[in-house]
Design a protein around this ligand. Structure first.
Ligand SMILES: *[C@@H]1O[C@H](CO)[C@@H](O)[C@H](O)[C@H]1NC(C)=O
Ligand SMILES: *[C@@H]1O[C@H](CO)[C@@H](O)[C@H](O)[C@H]1NC(C)=O
Length: 479
């Protein structure tokens, strides 16, 4: 009798809304831009990122986490929990094209808001801005500070892109950061958001920062460490990584100062691989940003936080950017939605258990004849992986004698790899007789998925978008 009463009392206590809300973890989701596999210290000791290194090695390093081959599709995957080929979001949105992430999708910040979170975004959107309905503060973010575009180069100091200013606080274009390095503007904004945050409300801070996307701009103080590296692009990228690392330290210090850090779950990942011709590096993986090779899609990533049951290890389970949404929604106390491609990875990553994910789609883009899927250990590519197919060593390794290797089969083709045995995609099994049954099964699976494709829209540039119509600002509201 006493036991029953006690249980009833406990149930009542934990059912109380306010008590649950304060226990919900704060969530810091950091997305680096074009940061390659070999642009992080845990994969390449030449990279200087002491703060991120400590977070990664005292958290869980993800060694088989994927996202899409480019910015817009990767951000679509992260914020919708769906593969972008199902939403017509396979490629970057360009400045003058009148489209955006479909408005009937409920995004991660909208879901977290319903679960009681304050939601703030600092950095790059790139999910559509031809009308305000597409932009962050109408899609679940309480506040936005950053830029809408990003397919083309955005200047780190002037915040201009292709002839127009693209820097916003909410819906106001701001010019007071002219001359301030964006990585530093964003760290300052994060400090302000954190210092003003009510600690009793769970915080979701989405930080899709600018580094290490081109152009090669970094305060010169960050270059001194890399004076022995001759390659200008590589040196700049390593400097930009060091600046990113300092910015992250400012954010985590602010969370610590506010007493939020011990209940913060941090997820860090890149949106896609780097471009080896721009000084980023995916070595030893094959290919680059923009390709469906492993170098374009297998991204450096980790999680950190007290709520992880097991830490200090490398997680080898398969994970994809689409899994971030259901995983964070579950951490925030929400329930799983039907119709998502993403899987709730929380139990797996927090204990090191097997991954619920067994397959994913690299891309289905019929208008560019690019198809790629992974099922179990196997990967099938049909058509055009894209244009950078080589194994390209970063400059500091080339200086030490590591040789870049050129692929002999270029541009289009049919490829089958066993990624577990051959993560570098060197041995194409497509025509090997003993793999014929696997090749057939993989093609069958791809053909089952193809009808779900919404083709990427084929749109002409709209002159109404031109920033000269709006005082040299990339103003939403023209579509
Ligand atoms: C991560 O995966 C790569 C490619 O399979 C492998 O070479 C590397 O050893 C793995 N890293 C760790 C720490 O297990
Ligand atoms: C976390 O920090 C807060 C504020 O400093 C403190 O009250 C709380 O006990 C800490 N919790 C843990 C689990 O350390």
């Amino acid at each position: 009798m006493a036991a029953v009463l006690l249980l009833a009392f406990v149930g009542c206590f934990f059912g109380h809304g306010a008590a649950q809300d304060t226990a919900k973890p704060h969530i810091l989701l950091i997305v680096a831009d074009d940061l390659g596999w070999s642009d992080v210290s845990w994969n390449n000791p030449n990279v200087v990122m002491p703060n991120l290194h400590t977070l990664a090695t005292t958290g869980v390093i993800f060694n088989q986490t994927y996202c899409q081959r480019l910015c817009t599709p990767s951000r679509t995957a992260l914020l919708t929990g769906k593969f972008p080929y199902r939403l017509g979001m396979q490629r970057p949105i360009r400045h003058k094209k009148a489209h955006g992430l479909p408005l009937d999708e409920e995004l991660l910040p909208q879901k977290l808001k319903k679960l009681g979170y304050a939601t703030h975004m600092i950095g790059k959107w790139h999910l559509g801005s031809c009308k305000w309905e597409y932009t962050p503060t109408e899609r679940g973010f309480d506040s936005f500070y950053g830029y809408h575009h990003g397919g083309e180069d955005v200047d780190y100091y002037t915040h201009m892109s292709d002839g127009g200013l693209d820097f916003w606080e909410g819906k106001t274009a701001i010019s007071d950061q002219n001359g301030v390095y964006s990585t530093e503007s964003f760290a300052t904004r994060a400090e302000n958001i954190i210092s003003q945050h009510d600690p009793n409300t769970p915080l979701f801070l989405y930080l899709p920062l600018q580094p290490v996307h081109t152009p090669h701009q970094v305060p010169s103080s960050y270059l001194q460490t890399f004076s022995t590296i001759q390659d200008h692009n590589r040196k700049s990228i390593l400097g930009m990584v060091a600046a990113l690392d300092d910015a992250i330290k400012r954010v985590t210090d602010a969370l610590q100062g506010k007493g939020l850090w011990n209940n913060t779950l941090t997820i860090f990942m890149s949106d896609n691989g780097g471009d080896y011709l721009d000084g980023q590096s995916n070595w030893p993986l094959r290919g680059a940003k923009g390709t469906v090779w492993e170098g374009g899609t297998r991204v450096p990533a980790f999680a950190h936080g007290n709520m992880l049951e097991r830490t200090g290890y490398t997680y080898h389970g398969m994970m994809h950017g689409v899994d971030i949404l259901p995983t964070l929604v579950s951490v925030a106390g929400g329930t799983e939605d039907a119709g998502l491609d993403g899987k709730n990875m929380w139990q797996s990553i927090s204990t090191g258990a097997e991954s619920p994910r067994t397959e994913f789609v690299y891309d289905i883009d019929s208008r560019q004849d690019r198809y790629g899927i992974r099922v179990g250990d196997y990967k099938l590519i049909e058509g055009t992986p894209a244009s950078k197919n080589d194994w390209f060593a970063p400059a500091e390794m080339q200086q030490l004698g590591t040789l870049t290797e050129e692929a002999d089969n270029h541009d289009t083709g049919l490829f089958l790899f066993n990624i577990r045995e051959d993560p570098l995609e060197k041995s194409n099994l497509y025509d090997a007789a003993e793999y014929a049954p696997i090749q057939r099964a993989m093609r069958h699976r791809l053909n089952e998925l193809k009808p779900d494709e919404v083709p990427f829209p084929d749109l002409a540039d709209d002159p109404a978008a031109d920033p000269s119509n709006y005082g040299d600002v990339w103003m939403p509201g023209w579509c």
